[in-house]
Design a protein around this ligand. Sequence first.
Ligand code: UFG
Length: 346
Amino acid sequence: MVYLHSKDDDCMKILVTGGAGYIGSHTCVELLNAGFDLVIIDNFSNSKPEAVEAIKKITGKDFKFYEMDYLNRELLEKVFEENEISAVIHFAGYKAVGESVEKPMDYYINNVSGSLTLLNTMKKYGVKKLVFSSSATVYGWPEKIPLTEDCHVGGTTNPYGTTKFFIERILEDIYHSDSTWGIAILRYFNPIGAHESGLIGEDPQGIPNNLMPYITKVASNELEKLSIFGDDYDTKDGTGVRDYIHVVDLAKGHVLALNKLEKEKSGLFIYNLGTGNGYSVLDMVKTYERVNQVEVPYEIVGRRKGDIAICYADPTKAKEELGFIASKTLEDMCRDSYHFARKKNR
Ligand code: UFG
């Protein structure tokens, strides 16, 4: 991947909300490596201060960090007062599907009201460039596979997914009301893996909901065995198929999206960030075991409510318009996830 930004852009200051989180921290590393100047805000609701230090250690670069809630308008305005922000990458938000069903209000307030607070503040300070962290979850029950960006969106199956869908709609309305905005909506498929340094990675609190962190905890003997949710889907081995993408590839996609906004000046752009490959749950278990020389005991249990059989991206648009190519393999993803877990537990 080639980063296209001129020398003048080298001091562009980017505000990253949720920059200490899993995808946020990896993106901050890539942004700093690409020469951007950063301001990061995070309230550590699902991340740790160690991640901020790790970003500095990996890149050898410094940046301003504010520990704050992005719903706090007064503090957010202070960030814009104190820094000449050129663009925002917005990751902050809750993301646990199951929890969102239990606590929908928390999700709508944090994700939707928070985004509105951010957008309103951006408008006040004349900052009209935004990269938004969305999800393939907005496609709901997939209209077709592979998913292209023009597939039907909506029909989301949980409040978390609905917040992403609502925010996308809000962004579209904002752009239609004022076409001087430059907005890139990135729909992630299944990000896994970790930075090769092992200093940042996915570190969910408690029992993980997602496959890769669960496999990692089983491999590290923190959990006894993996429950595979169904082996009777219409897939090659009956288990669910997803488009797993290395988080570092995903992070690089954000730098490319930012470059696109710089180049085009304005516009509304939507991209799938996936690899275009589908792997089953059993593929994941077998690859993880082989690459890391570990055992991942599992049992087949019933299907998980709301799960779909197959979901993967058509990544052509991101490739053609951004030059986005996910270059890391499934082996890299499995190796880096385990490496991070081992380093953390040491
Ligand atoms: N799975 C298991 N056992 C587990 C966890 C998951 O068998 O303990 C299976 C699931 O049934 C599915 C696959 O592993 O077939 C992947 O499940 P994940 O929970 O890791 O990921 P999902 O595809 O269900 O969800 C992800 C993100 C969501 C996002 C969704 C759609 O976690 O935030 O993709 O984009 F909404």
